[in-house]
Design a protein around this ligand. Sequence first.
Ligand SMILES: Nc1ncnc2c1ncn2[C@@H]1O[C@H](COP(=O)(O)OP(=O)(O)O)[C@@H](O)[C@H]1O
Ligand SMILES: [Mg+2]
Length: 225
Amino acid sequence: MIQINGLNKSLFGGGHTVNILNGIDLVIPSGQFVAITGASGSGKTTLLSLIAGLDEPTEGNIKINHQDITKLNEDELAELRSQHFGFIFQNFNLIPTLTALENVALSAELNGTNGSKKKSMELLDLTGLVNRNHHYPSQLSGGEQQRLCLARAFINEPSIVLADEPTGNLDSQNSKRILDLITDLHRNKKSTIALVTHEPDVAKRAERIIVMDDGKIIEDSMPTM
Ligand SMILES: Nc1ncnc2c1ncn2[C@@H]1O[C@H](COP(=O)(O)OP(=O)(O)O)[C@@H](O)[C@H]1O
Ligand SMILES: [Mg+2]
């Protein structure tokens, strides 16, 4: 479960304060699939980064399974991330000196996942990258790098997936592939999914849709209920 209380994020500079997030209260129960939408600049990426412990809030707290992550140090945060989170973020963080297959397998090995190479190949197959397994990230297109990130995020079957516009620059076939993978993980492993998207068709896959504007949640609905 993700519990967010009175979350504010401000940046200070040039004599100004910019409020990026303004009093976010949000509970995401375990196993829920939430889509986060809203205009560009509304704070979606900032919110995901804070949930991931990649950034610090100005005020408020974030609990992951009842543990307040705003009180953890860097090592504790790194451990929490490797245990619970799968990230599909816009800045890919792929390791440039490792091939596609090695990037996925390394993530599995770091987490002690068994049969890492075979499983990595299966995920490369599912993400349509099996023929690219010996390529380095720089030899892959933007869309392929994005799918590689997804394969890497999914190798450890994370209990929480944070995805920032994972289908943003993909064609419709690859977009469907990625969404099917996310939906399967949600259904089969009961993973919690927080997915940022500006595409209404993508948001429809979720059980709950949150709309952000100007650092606030302005709508929160469960259209399929
Ligand atoms: N490091 C930063 N410095 C200054 N402004 C920032 C920084 N990061 C984000 N912002 C501003 O915060 C607002 C929210 O950004 P972001 O969370 O990326 O929104 P979204 O993902 O919804 O497009 C934007 O107005 C953006 O310009
Ligand atoms: Mg963003």
